[in-house]
Design a protein around this ligand. Structure first.
Ligand code: VEK
Length: 279
């Protein structure tokens, strides 16, 4: 399973010993499982075809599978392969022993600056890698982030991600007639993930997202206004607030770029270069 020579193998449910359920979602379930021959531990995601068809999610699922299979990065959860039977689709995923990041966050309330900076740096590395491959995740949130046995962050769930064709491939002809918003379009798309880093950084440090409100309509209003304020607490440094302020910028072209995040003093000072965070 771990080595690439097995990548082309055709799998079936008989190759796996199924363990306890790790989670349950609208479209299926995730189980701890072990490949019978190698004893390699994986997370087996079981998706019901009927549900996928009912909600017309075939294209989205196929996109998620294609994208996640093509990504190889220490902070991106691996999708090793897939197979199906008459009713179900099975995704063979990397097992993240540390479980869901949001549970760790809810349990501890908020993270220390070194822990928060380590996760933000790991996410930035992973997103820079995804963007290099023209993949925009678009749905980074604590529920989609897992931790491995060493506390290393893993982006899971590429359900809402898109692979934008690079401008070089889509437009071979003249660029002279392009409007500025078209020229800037790609950078804008990618900046969606950068905004999310600002939201997450805030949530990691304060324990709640920055634009929380009583109703969804009010959250949207707060986002549109960038109604950002920092509760007074001695736990969050001026450097951390400066980074968040440079990420949560309405004009996407003015947001800090991923490379600049990695050079930011707060990250340089606080993030573990190995991305590990012991319990
Ligand atoms: C369908 C569907 C989605 C979910 C929610 N959730 C997704 C992430 N899952 C896990 C995956 Br994929 C890989 N490794 C995991 N390790 C854990 C874990 C370790 N200790 C506790 N947990 C929960 N979860 C993982 C779980 C399910 N459910 O169905």
């Amino acid at each position: 399973m771990a080595n690439d020579s097995s990548a082309k193998r055709e799998w079936s449910i008989n190759d796996f010993e199924i363990g306890y359920r790790l989670g349950k979602g609208k479209f299926g379930r995730v189980y701890l499982a072990r490949e019978a021959k190698s004893k390699y531990i994986v997370a087996l995601k079981v998706i019901f075809k009927e549900q996928i068809e009912k909600y017309q999610m075939q294209h989205q699922l196929k996109r998620e599978m294609t994208i996640q299979t093509s990504l190889r990065h220490p902070y991106v959860l691996r999708l090793y392969g897939w197979f199906h039977d008459a009713e179900r689709i099975f995704l063979i995923l990397e097992y993240a022993h540390g479980g869901e990041l949001y549970k760790v966050l809810r349990k501890s309330g908020r993270f220390s600056e070194p822990q928060a900076a380590t996760y933000i740096a790991s996410l930035t590395h992973a997103l820079a890698y995804c963007h290099e491959k023209n993949v925009i995740h678009r749905d980074i949130k604590p529920e989609n982030l897992l931790l491995d046995h060493e506390g290393r962050l893993k982006i899971a769930d590429f359900g809402w991600s898109v692979q934008s064709k690079s401008k070089r491939h889509t437009m071979c002809g003249t660029l002279d007639y392009l409007a500025p918003e078209m020229v800037e379009n790609k950078a804008h798309d990618y900046a969606v993930d950068t905004w999310t880093l600002g939201v997450l950084c805030y949530e990691f440090l304060y324990g709640a997202p920055p634009f929380e409100a009583d109703s969804q309509a009010d959250t949207l209003k707060r986002i549109a206004k960038v109604d950002l304020s920092f509760p007074s607490t001695p736990y969050v440094s001026a450097e951390a607030k400066a980074l968040i302020t440079q990420l949560l910028v309405k004009d996407s072209a003015k947001r800090l770029q991923l490379e600049q995040i990695l050079k930011h003093p707060w990250i340089v000072l606080n993030a573990d270069p190995d991305g590990t965070f012991p319990k």
